[in-house]
Design a protein around this ligand. Structure first.
Ligand code: TMP
Ligand code: MG
Length: 216
């Protein structure tokens, strides 16, 4: 594979229990085995002070007003933005487990009139724009059957169902989100192969010879 002058920005998205962590790990390993430098990241990053507040909220240990928690999730990305940009500029590929797409749809899924997809998206403007976002698509019923579901705040069937609808709305209504959909209800290896294919397609695109852009 031809070397890229900059790293790629790749995002893995999906419902809770869609298999994001598994696919994230496998994609990072294959990219490394192809000789690329890889930085693994995830949002929320629960290690920072803001991330610790988010963690407490998700575990039900603290309460936050819905707009406030939304902005904390966004701030948690902003505090990592320079790090992402620098890594990519020096040729490292950054692979992130969840990014602003989750940020938008999970908040909007709460169904508040004053917390629309548009309102939710505004604080994300200016963050590094992904080269590709792979949306691991799974039916909420199938996700719920996987281990560990139901521990955190948003892991309810009603919420997951709405999140999936909003992911589809996001994909259908906005250009330039760089999302591709992969059926995640299959064997891990099949999903992995598809994810890698999507990433390889993007590697060939002309934008990969240009500097990383920003979310508009
Ligand atoms: P995790 O399961 O990937 O650790 O994410 C924790 C939860 O946080 C998950 O239900 C999705 C949700 N979330 C948001 O609501 N907003 C965001 O910006 C992000 C990154 C995640
Ligand atoms: Mg989760």
């Amino acid at each position: 594979m031809a070397p890229l002058s900059r790293g790629m920005l790749i995002v893995i998205e999906g419902l809770d229990r869609a298999g994001k962590s598994t696919q994230h790990a496998r994609l990072c390993q294959s990219l490394e085995s192809q000789g690329r430098r890889v930085k693994r990241m995830r949002f929320p990053d629960r290690t920072t002070p803001i991330g610790k507040s988010i963690d407490a909220y998700l575990k039900g240990e603290s309460q936050q007003e819905d707009h406030v928690i939304h902005l904390l999730f966004s701030a948690n990305r902003w505090e990592a933005a320079a790090q992402i940009r620098n890594a990519i500029e020096e040729g490292t590929t950054v692979v992130i487990d969840r990014y602003y797409y989750s940020g938008i749809v999970y908040s909007a899924a709460k169904g508040k009139a004053d917390l629309s997809l548009k309102w939710a998206r505004d604080p994300e403007i200016g963050l590094p724009r992904p080269d590709v976002c792979v949306f691991l698509d799974i039916a909420p019923e199938a996700a719920a059957k996987r281990g560990g579901f139901g521990r955190e705040k948003y892991e309810t069937n009603a919420m997951q169902k709405r999140v999936r609808e909003l992911f589809y709305e996001l994909i259908a209504t906005s250009d330039g989100l760089d999302i591709c959909v992969v059926d995640a209800g299959r064997d891990v290896e099949e999903v992995e192969k598809d994810v890698m294919e999507r990433v390889k397609d993007v590697m060939k695109q002309p934008k990969m010879t240009q500097p990383l852009t920003e979310i508009l």
